[in-house]
Design a protein around this ligand. Structure first.
Ligand code: AMP
Length: 190
């Protein structure tokens, strides 16, 4: 079973590459951002709770996010493996994921990071916001706040996974195809 985390700042290309890896390796893709957006669209209590945080570019609290992730995993009991996209984003989430997988007799194969410069990402996200209608992609201040959240709360996970010998970083500034190729080479070796 190959359980993979796709790691990187907002706009680094995690969602795009997850779609590719999902097809190539038959994995189940869980994007916590997508699950929150689905809940907002369908006006669920979870969506109502998450919306205020997401609109500002703040992280949704750990307890809610962890519980949601676990219930998404539990929906796919026969999955050959998972791609976690946008999760974990804090040390508490990473520790919860390790414990949850262990409890299920599973483990993480690798954390694959897409490394892209912040100024490149701002332009990418503003461009994406024009087409997607995502409010958090349309305002540079919100985008910068998401980077601040990443730098403060998510970046420490790089060391967390390095200590486990599971962290691999690739340059995320190339073409979609060349990055997909590099990622799939890494996944094949796991
Ligand atoms: P994303 O689609 O991954 O860029 O996530 C969009 C927004 O959803 C983030 O800015 C957060 O507000 C929220 N979110 C997604 N994943 C998480 C997570 N693992 N922990 C906390 N908040 C999250």
């Amino acid at each position: 079973m190959k359980n993979i985390i796709l790691f990187g700042k907002p706009g680094a290309g995690k969602g795009t590459q997850a779609e590719f890896l999902k097809e190539a390796f038959g994995l189940v893709h869980i994007s916590t951002g997508d699950v929150f957006r689905f809940n907002i669209k369908n006006q669920t209590p979870l969506g109502a709770m998450a919306k205020g945080y997401m609109d500002k570019g703040d992280l949704v609290p750990d307890a809610v996010t962890i519980q949601m992730l676990e219930s998404e995993v539990d929906k796919h009991s026969n999955a050959p493996g998972f791609i976690f996209d946008g999760f974990p984003r804090t040390t508490a989430q990473a520790a919860a994921l390790d414990a949850f997988l262990e409890k299920k007799g599973m483990q993480l194969a690798a954390t694959l990071a897409l490394d892209v410069d912040e100024n490149v990402l701002v332009q990418r996200l503003l461009e994406r916001g024009k087409g997607s209608g995502r409010a958090d992609d349309q305002d540079e201040e919100k985008i910068r706040n998401r980077f601040a959240e990443y730098n403060q709360k998510t970046a420490p996970l790089i060391d967390y996974y390095k200590k486990q010998g599971k962290f691999h970083s690739i340059d995320g500034a190339g073409t979609i195809e060349s990055i997909a190729m590099q990622l799939s080479n890494l996944v094949e070796q796991l």
